[in-house]
Design a protein around this ligand. Structure first.
Ligand SMILES: C[S@@+](CC[C@H](N)C(=O)[O-])C[C@H]1O[C@@H](n2cnc3c(N)ncnc32)[C@H](O)[C@@H]1O
Ligand SMILES: [Zn+2]
Length: 363
């Protein structure tokens, strides 16, 4: 065990040469950014007096950071849970170490199965699903216990099926076909979002993504949950397919998964959620100077699914590679929407067609 500092919290953690779920209590320093974003999101939303539920709390690092770093009056109560007895001991210890300066006194720690913890509760305004692998086993209970307008934050490290390494597994677990090319991360994230939305839809709850990204080995989405049949219908109407031509690198979104381009059937992924995955007004309020979040903000303003990989286009069409910023400014000058994307540093999101992009790249 050693004591580390993350954000404003001092935390006792187990150490391991390789971070894995075999650790007595799981703590992954690489997920600090993930935890940072939850603090940024919660501080940026207008709501106060939140009832927070952490069903899979691990070392309690996120809970301690919430209690130290969220704005005063943000938290009404916080319930911290893990099924591991070692984790529960450590959570209690870590809350105790940080006792000074906690913004809320209504703190409960429990050792239950995450689904029982959620279902036995009166409900939460914020539920954090931070599992090993897929959030699937916990989505149903989270959807049932999230309040109107509440937020479900879900992490998935189950990227191999979602990114097309195991397409059959993806179909089985996420009811959709993945794709294995430069679009696999965005497609995987959008498959995951749709899967969660289908669980919400069963209960007439619309899961609206407000902040979503793909980073390192994981996907992350914050959903605002709204009740109502029409809202759910609107979400479902944005469940479509992503089609991609391996010959000319053209892509589009369609309600059908069969389409021809260059005289051959296009590859496809889906169904996926093709709507907005980031709320630019929320991200602005997060006031993060982090470059990665700034890129998400930039792409959220133009709100276009998928992108063009400049390196791939340059190689295919034997054109010199322009700087990403340079190409974006040329596209904008030509009257198109264009931005960088956090999914790929050598790519642009734009409403220009592949032909137009090639023309502009050749200039
Ligand atoms: C990825 S770790 C959580 C990390 C933590 N949220 C953080 O930010 O450091 C997943 C945790 O879920 C716990 N867990 C796994 N399955 C569970 C279940 N069915 N019910 C309750 N806890 C569970 C594990 O013991 C582990 O501590
Ligand atoms: Zn084509």
């Amino acid at each position: 065990m050693k004591t580390i500092t993350e954000g404003k919290a001092k935390i006792q953690t187990h150490t391991a040469r390789i971070v894995s779920k075999e650790m007595p209590v799981f703590y992954n320093p690489k997920m600090e950014f993930n935890r940072d974003t939850s603090i940024l999101v919660l501080n940026a939303i207008d709501k106060k007096n939140l009832q927070i539920g952490l069903p899979l709390a691990g070392s309690g690092v996120r809970a301690a950071r919430f209690l130290l770093e969220l704005k005063k009056e943000k938290i009404k109560s916080i319930k911290i849970n893990d099924h591991s007895p070692d984790a529960v001991k450590l959570i209690k210890k870590n809350i105790e170490i940080n006792e000074e300066g906690l913004i809320c006194e209504d703190i409960e720690v429990s050792q239950l199965d995450a689904n029982n913890f959620l279902l036995d509760s009166v409900g939460f305004d914020y539920i954090e699903i931070d599992p090993f692998g897929t959030p699937n086993p916990f989505l149903d209970s989270a959807v049932k216990r999230i309040s109107r307008g509440g937020i479900i934050a879900a992490t998935s490290t189950d990227t191999a099926p979602l990114c097309g390494t195991y397409p059959k597994t993806c179909k089985r677990k996420y009811f959709a076909a993945p794709i294995r090319n430069e679009h696999m991360h965005e497609a995987g994230l959008r498959i995951l979002i749709r899967k969660a939305q289908l669980i919400g839809a069963q209960f007439d709850k619309a899961l609206i993504p407000i902040f979503s990204y793909s980073k390192d080995h994981y996907f992350r989405t914050y959903f605002r949950c709204e009740k109502g049949k029409t809202r759910v219908d609107n979400i479902i109407s944005e469940h479509k397919y992503f089609l991609y031509c391996t010959k000319c690198l053209n892509y589009n979104i369609s309600s059908y998964n069969k389409q021809e381009c260059c005289k051959k059937l296009m590859d496809f992924a889906g169904p996926i959620f093709t709507g907005k995955i980031n709320d630019s007004s929320l991200i602005k309020k997060m006031k993060a100077d982090d470059k990665f979040i700034q890129t998400i903000l930039e792409e959220s303003k133009i709100n276009l699914p998928f992108f063009y990989d400049i390196h791939k286009i340059a190689k295919k069409y034997k054109i010199g590679i322009p700087k990403t910023d340079e190409l974006i400014s040329r596209l904008k000058k030509a009257g198109f929407k264009a931005s960088k994307t956090h999914f790929n540093i050598y790519a642009v999101k734009t409403d220009a067609s592949i032909e137009k992009i090639i023309k502009i790249m050749k200039k």
